[in-house]
Write a protein that binds this ligand. Structure first.
Ligand code: SDX
Length: 436
């Protein structure tokens, strides 16, 4: 970041001395006012619950222009990456800052492939869960448990440890998600197959059985790989900020990523894809497109507590570029599977059309986000609704790690320790229980 030719002056109506604060610029996007010395100079904190106007860090990984609906991974537009690259190239880009050449891609892919198995002991953790446990409950546990198997590489300040942990997490998340699925349906776990692609291997571990050969459908393989690319990173969202704050204590990468999994589960965040599919199925069950108007009235009624899941975004005040790409992927997969008239897809498109013409949504700049169509394509592939957020976590792991490693590699980083505006009781004496 560089000092802008601008300064911020904060003055106070009560006559307190004004303070001057430096302003910094990045390569693109809003400048920042550096308030690090504000408390020392004024004895006051800034107040920004939900971080609506707060940059918590500087980063060179992902840039979002919410007004334009633009998303760049290391400067490359998501539309170009989703069309011209695969997930392994995208992982290399996010982790190391550049797209690999063919040789570099082969080396990186081989490293990941050779770490896809998990320790045999891991399977025994599954047995502690009920068969109907939510996969995100299982994933939160399993990812944290990984740290118990790699005491040789949990020093987050060691670049070599950070690199091998990154490879292990990217490689093993698909295996763990597939194990959670197999456990829920009472089928045996399938081991990774090294001759398959990252997405193909995941499909095999999910849907193959020991009883007969499983052939990966190339259209579905490509669609899943694109879904992974679209979910790989997204600037300082809630789960990434969780990973950064958790990692800032110096805890190991597995524990920090497990914290990200836990945060992503929420329906306002990564859990929205599951919530969106459930919403579509409820509308479909109550009458389908003919009931959309009635549903929209509920959404616009503040007292109903009903939201149009998969719509709205803290940053995008325009169409989420990932939603457009996801809708295209929907079209491709449904056509390949002969499901062009999938009622839920038709319903989602009808909902989107109505919302984009409705003043409530237009005035609030609410557009479809990444979660609006992702559930429909995953459901068409055969992924159960409860597993959607697990797939999101699988794909976002590379982004979480890239962001964590960027923070730890920043010599300026400190443990994150926000303050508060205290509104509780002033000091008071404890009375004996007989007098309370
Ligand atoms: C992800 O941050 C990221 O980058 C996240 C993510 C990533 O890749 O990491 O992009 C992934 O989490 C996508 C978002 C998935 N969540 C959902 O689809 C859940 C539904 N969306 C909302 O809960 C909401 O839009 C949020 C949480 C996503 C954003 O909420 P904000 O920024 O805090 O905005 P807000 O709640 O203040 O909403 C502004 C207004 C409010 O109305 P008013 O009080 O002004 O009258 O818009 C309304 C909200 O009630 N609103 C909605 C709505 N989203 C916002 N009303 C109906 N349906 C919605 N979906």
């Amino acid at each position: 970041m560089k000092l802008a030719d601008n300064k911020a002056t904060m003055s106070f109506s009560n006559g307190s001395p004004s303070v001057e604060l430096p302003v910094y610029s990045g390569s693109v996007g809003p400048d920042v006012i550096d308030i690090r010395k504000l408390y020392g100079q004024t004895g006051m904190f800034t107040y920004d619950p939900g971080f609506l106007s707060t940059a918590a860090c500087q980063s060179a990984i992902t840039y979002i222009d919410g007004d334009k609906g633009e998303l760049l991974y290391r400067g490359y537009p998501i539309e170009q990456l989703a069309t011209n690259c695969d997930f392994m190239e995208t992982c290399h880009l996010l982790l190391y800052g550049n797209l690999p050449d063919a040789a570099g891609k082969a080396v990186f892919t081989k490293r990941v492939t050779q770490h896809t198995m998990v320790n045999e002991q891991m399977q025994f953790f599954l047995r502690g869960f009920r068969r109907d446990a939510h996969p995100m409950a299982i994933m939160t546990g399993l990812v944290g448990a990984l740290s118990a198997f790699y005491h040789d590489s949990t020093d987050i300040n060691n670049p070599g440890h950070r690199d091998i942990s990154a490879i292990r997490l990217i490689a093993k998340l698909p295996t763990l998600v597939a194990m959670a699925y197999k456990y829920s349906i009472g089928q045996p776990f399938m081991y990774p197959k090294n001759e398959l692609s990252y997405a193909g291997n995941f499909l095999h571990m999910m849907f193959a059985t020991p009883c007969e050969p499983y052939v990966v459908n190339p259209v579905i393989e490509r669609a899943l790989d694109r879904i992974f690319i679209l979910h790989a990173d997204h600037e300082q969202n809630a789960s990434t900020s969780t990973v950064r704050l958790c990692g800032s204590s110096g805890t190991n990468p597995f524990a920090a990523i497990a914290a990200g999994v836990a945060c992503l589960w929420g329906p306002a965040h990564g859990g929205a894809n599951e919530a969106c599919l459930n919403m579509l199925e409820e509308i479909q069950a109550s009458g389908g497109v003919s009931k959309v108007g009635e549903f929209m009235e509920k959404v616009k009624d503040k007292n109903s507590g009903v939201k149009l899941m998969g719509f709205g975004h803290r940053v995008y005040k325009n169409y989420d570029p990932r939603a457009k790409l996801m809708q295209e992927t929907c079209n491709e997969v449904l056509a390949a599977l002969g499901l062009e008239n999938d009622p839920l897809f038709q319903l989602a498109k009808a909902l989107e059309k109505i919302a984009l013409e409705d003043e409530y949504f237009v005035s609030r700049k609410l557009y479809p986000n990444v979660d609006f169509y992702s559930g429909i394509v995953q459901r068409a592939i055969g992924i159960p609704v409860k597993l959607f957020t697990g797939i999101f976590a699988l794909a976002r792991t590379v982004g979480w790690i890239a962001q964590l490693n960027e923070m730890i590699g920043d010599p300026e980083y400190k443990i994150g320790r926000p303050r508060q505006l205290f509104t509780g009781s002033l000091p008071r004496a404890v009375l004996d229980i007989s007098k309370r």
